[in-house]
Write a protein of this length. Sequence first.
Length: 283
Amino acid sequence: TAECGQIQIIKKSADDNATNGLPAGTLLEGAVFEIYNKANALVDTIESNSRGLAVSKPLPLGRYYVTEVSAPAYYQINSEKMEAEIEYPGQIIKLSQYDKPANLGVTIKKTGNYEVQPGTTMWYDFSGIANTSNVALNNFYWHDRLPTDATNAMSLTTGTYNQRLYYRITFKTNVNDYRVLASNLLTTNNYSVKLSAAALGLVQGEYVTDVRFEFGTVASGFSSVTNPSIQVQVKGTVANGYQIINRSDVGGQYLNEWQTAMSNWVTIVRRFQPVTPLPKTGY
């Protein structure tokens, strides 16, 4: 029988976790570690229990390397590679390691015309669309609700993004729920897509009310590079002083937590009265 020892690891929270409320120093359950020998062969996979303790099986004397491969819920993986050497039979090597909390955040910013005249076109620009979390987010999206009380959708440009992914755009109308507008779009390419009723083959009286970009899973730091934009036409019947309110939001999911953010933009309609010429006097 080979002479053996054991590796034990204590996993703790490095800081207060705002998401799950656990204070710094909390013993963490669910951290998964892989143990490799000096030949770089995997010899054991262990997981921390409710006391934060992960215990290896009996291991022959020798040098080992330990890496965390899965963090507890709402924590980041610690990339530190730990080293342990079992030098005599029955030796227990005790290691401790801290994980930093998962901090969640997303952003979006929208700008557009401050003022506009009835019957003209205007653009909404979107910037800062980003996953500012320190972890990846699933089901990441950004969405714009068009101000159909005062405008009609005309077109959009998709913009570009800093991580290479394939995504799709869906749209909603006043008649139908979401359906695919374009798919298999590459984040590094900037596309132009028509949104008019004629271009989409909509029925009479049907118009686009919402547009949604769906990216799937995005890594920490995902963000827009070239700003996407949406072009709309202001209805000719809009009254002077009317406020056109456009609303956008962005979101992503980490485990069971959704992180979202919103951005609104208000444009004032200015209906300029034609100048009436003054009557001629004298010669």
